[in-house]
Design a protein around this ligand. Structure first.
Ligand code: ARG
Ligand code: ZN
Length: 880
């Protein structure tokens, strides 16, 4: 167990390690409760470290068996050992070999960090600080070593033995009841990239020929019987390998690339060198069990982990403050990959949706932190939407600013210059500064300043002078620990359209030639006023095209302008944004009780036009028809949020759209029925998405009609996407039809954990009073388990993050449920309990009664005994 420490770790305190570990030889004897680990470390003093310093190795919950130095057994007088530290006060100045034997209990490891069991398999998770739960080590990312790993086990217990790198040797021992395998990874790596797997697993094999003609053996290991469900992941892997060669010139570097899917995993997946370990949710798919969203998720995560081989592994992070160096960059790369594999416009829209759903609220609340934090209590709490998603947005903004060519040159320089190194954000930026010839020191502020900048605009047209004046101002609200904010460099892509939708030439004395030619204003100060000339009539401005920077933009244009943009803008993101802005306006008109009916007519007319042309791009039409979520509404409201009021207003608009577009929606629903066999490609998925958004709106406008259509679709669906969409619609309509559908769904998929997770989630998100009780009952369901993170997320996170009216119920029952689960979970799996409690990241924006309810619960949690460092950190900061 991690001991709650109060010592904050600071970026400013970074100093190099006092020792270098050139090579590591690990010897594992796998045993369910008593796994023996021998680590032979070739150590020497680091010239950059402190001369004569003692050797202090990190540990966590370790049982030490013995220590040898250069072959000589050490006695207790030679070292000081605790479960979390091994100190040798006096070690040689010449290089030496330290041999450490520890014993660990994988079966008792419920934190899923270090060496643990998932089902009957052994597996590891070492990022961020799990390696120290296996052996004493300099467990920090700037200590790079070459690893050789020998694994020994009962053959019946673990016929498959895997580690990083290439297989070297394997064989039988003890007359064939036991066996061993030796793996060697020639690339120096930090300990967080170490991995080991042992178990009885099925495998799917393939091969990939790299750009230089080397053949790489690919394998995906899954639970026996699940092999047919790994085909899409394998396909995605090969496409990722090809894409990284074509787009970034990056070739794979080992003889094998292995992926193992396990069912107990805290995160999505892990990029261990040559041996990626995955949450099976991001590997397994079949048309009968996975939705289009699942397929897209698998493609994205397989790519993400593969891309880490260069951005993360070959070039790693100097310290954990630099986490965004690998995560933001790798998210940027996987988003680009998905954009190339699917629809660029739809990918951009869904990435921004995701950013606004998770990162914007984080950045606006008590858990806000810079993309590169400068202090942490518990690093596991910084695997956040800010580090990942805002980290990716900054890189996209950088590319927008310097242009594609300089960006690619900068990436090449980065790979060339920092290969094999543990780098920093400054190292990364220096490559782009050099490639573009620009000073990026101001741009770097994006990494250290938290909070979402608010850009406010005002426009003025002078008909006599034929000028259009655009004023852009920026301001970043204060965040915890940062009350004063400076202006950042915000690239604002823009276009001006004439009334009939013609794009106008940009001419102005207030912007540089480069800005005008590229349609990109660089807002790098508090305010800029740009007067465009030769504008024949009042134009419509399309601003922040493609979401060119992670900022909020206000105010939204006038409704007639939004309708024009929705009809004419050649930037698909801003067309979608126009639909969202119109919907937001209509919903808030209802919230504020002003002019509701007239407000929505413009929107429904615009959507009707869109539906008529939906055939051309159904996926886009589906996105445009998807109203802002309740979380979007809460964020827009900003303070004094009453989730019930927002929910009611949103429902009322959905019903109005459903009624106004009823026939058009029914036509779409009928016409876009899957023609034949399921295919997971983006075009087919887009048709299904549109059809299912239509179904949902039909049901909102006419419950009986919706129920009949949903029931029929539920019966006849040939794939999980359509079946689950029908079930979701029925779930919201209620009544006997809902209960019947849930029962039949369960009967059909009982025992198929990943499918039953969907069944848990849908029930947890029913916006009705009885749901809280229902969730409590489901927690006693035989297929639910508090030890499995996927189950907990499917039921509890879904309730807390996607059922706002029930979670924020005024009797406090939703908060009580979360509190109980978090406290029950914490001793077992602190990473998961801390993550769950982050569902309260926006609590300060609630109205007063709910705020008080939350505050009591947070204080109650903090008062509990033996809180993990992880949970204490989140609760403390949340109360802040
Ligand atoms: N590096 C992994 C990924 O982004 C995630 C590891 C998360 N680990 C953690 N302890 N939170 O693919
Ligand atoms: Zn990652």
């Amino acid at each position: 167990m991690r001991h709650p420490s109060t010592a904050a770790i600071r970026l400013a305190d970074y100093r190099p390690a006092d020792f270098v570990i050139d090579s590591v030889e690990l010897d594992f004897s796998l045993n369910p409760t008593k796994t023996k680990v021998v680590a032979r470390l070739a150590l020497r003093r680091n010239p950059a470290g402190e001369a004569g310093a003692p050797l202090v190795l990190d540990g966590d919950d370790l049982t030490l068996i013995g220590v040898r130095l250069d072959g000589r057994a050490l006695g207790p007088q030679d070292y000081a050992a605790t479960p979390d530290k091994l100190t040798l006060a006096a070690v040689p100045d010449a290089p030496f070999v330290l041999e450490i034997e520890t014993q660990v209990d994988p079966s008792a490891n419920t934190q899923l960090s270090g060496l643990y069991r998932s089902g009957s398999a052994y597996c590891t998770q070492c990022e961020a600080e799990g390696f120290r739960r296996i052996t004493y080590f300099l467990d920090r990312p700037d200590v790079l070593s070459v690893y050789t790993t020998r694994i020994e086990a009962e053959k019946s217990d673990a016929p498959i033995l895997l580690s990083n790198g290439n297989p070297v040797e394997s064989g039988d021992i003890d007359g064939g009841t036991r066996h061993y395998a030796i793996w060697r990874d020639p690339f120096p790596k930090p300990s967080y990239l170490f991995a080991l797997v042992g178990g009885d697993l099925g495998v799917v094999r393939d091969a990939f020929k790299t750009m230089s003609g080397r053949l790489v053996d690919l394998a995906i290991y899954v639970e026996h019987g699940k092999e047919p469900r790994a085909g899409y992941a394998m396909d995605a892997l090969k496409r990722s390998m090809r894409w990284d060669e074509e787009k970034f010139g990056r070739e794979y570097d080992l003889d094998v690339f292995n992926i193992v899917a396990v069912s107990d995993f805290n995160m999505g997946a892990m990029e261990n060198k040559g041996l990626n370990i995955f949450n099976d949710k991001y590997v397994l798919a079949s048309p009968e069990t996975a939705t289009d969203g699942d397929y897209a998720g698998i493609e994205g995560v397989i790519a993400h982990e593969y891309f880490h081989n260069w951005t993360g592994n070959r070039i790693t992070c100097r310290d954990w403050f630099q986490l965004c160096l690998k995560e933001g960059l790798t998210v940027f790369r996987d988003q680009e990959f998905s954009a190339d594999m699917r629809s660029r416009a739809v990918e951009r829209i869904s990435d921004v949706r995701g950013l606004r759903l998770a990162q914007f609220p984080e950045d606006a609340g008590p858990l806000a932190h810079p993309v590169r934090p400068d202090v942490y209590q518990e690093i596991n709490n910084f695997y956040t939407a800010t580090v990942y998603e805002k980290g990716a947005e900054i890189i996209r903004a950088l590319r927008t600013l310097i242009g594609e060519d300089d960006f690619r040159r900068g990436m090449d320089l980065y790979f060339e210059r920092f290969d094999g190194a543990a780098a920093t954000v400054e190292d990364f930026l220096s490559c782009f500064a050099e490639a573009s010839g620009r000073d990026l020191s101001h741009f770097a502020l994006w990494y250290s300043q938290a909070g979402t900048p608010l850009v406010t605009t005002s426009e003025e047209y002078d008909a006599a002078a034929k000028t259009f004046t655009l004023t852009l101002r920026q301001e970043t609200p204060p965040t915890p620990g940062q009350s004063e904010k400076r202006p950042v460099v915000i690239p604002i892509a823009l276009a001006l359209f004439s009334e009939n939708g013609q794009k106008l030439d940009l001419a102005s004395e207030d912007a540089s030639a480069r800005e005008l030619a590229r349609g990109l204003i660089e807002l790098d100060r508090p305010e800029r006023v740009i007067r465009f000339r030769d504008i024949p009539s009042r134009p419509v401005a399309s601003l922040l095209r493609g979401f060119s920077a992670p900022v909020r933009l206000e105010p939204a244009p006038a409704s007639e302008d939004l309708e024009r943009l929705l009809a004419h803008d050649d930037d698909p993101f801003n067309r979608w944004q126009a639909a969202q802005s119109l919907a937001l306006r209509a919903i808030f008109a209802r919230v504020n009780g002003d002019g509701a009916a007239s407000d929505a007519r413009g929107l429904t007319d615009a959507l009707r036009l869109l539906l008529a042309k939906a055939e051309g791009d159904p996926a886009f039409a589906a996105q445009a028809l998807s109203l802002p979520s309740e979380i979007d509404l809460a964020r827009e409201k900003g303070s004094d949020v009453d989730p019930d009021v927002l929910f009611a207003a949103r429902q009322s608009l959905r019903a109005e759209i459903g009624r106004a577009l009823g026939e058009a929606l029914e036509t779409i629903h009928a016409r876009f029925a899957d023609p034949g066999a399921y295919a997971p490609d983006a075009a087919s998925a887009g048709r299904r998405a549109l059809r299912n958004v239509a179904l949902d709106l039909i049901a909102a406008g006419d419950a009986d009609k919706g129920r009949a259509l949903a029931q029929a679709q539920f019966e006849t669906a040939g794939n999980m996407t359509d079946r689950l969409a029908a079930l979701a619609t029925l779930a919201h309509l209620g009544g006997a039809a809902r209960e019947d559908a849930f029962a039949r769904f369960y009967a059909q998929y009982a025992g198929d954990a990943l499918v039953i997770d969907k069944w848990f989630s849908l029930q947890a998100t029913i916006p009705e009073e009885a749901t809280t009780r229902r969730v409590q009952e489901l927690m006693t369901h035989p297929e639910f388990s508090m030890s499995n993170p996927n189950r907990v997320r499917a039921l509890i996170s879904a309730f807390a993050n996607a059922n706002l009216t029930r979670f924020h119920a005024l009797d406090g029952s939703g908060y009580d449920l979360l509190t109980r689960v978090v406290l029950e979970l914490d001793p077992k799996n602190p990473q998961l309990s801390a993550r769950l409690l982050s569902s309260l990241r926006s609590w300060r924006t609630l109205e007063a009664r709910r705020r008080e309810l939350v505050e009591t619960r947070l204080k109650h949690i903090l008062a509990a005994e033996n809180l993990s460092a992880d949970l204490r950190d989140i609760a403390t900061r949340a109360l802040g």
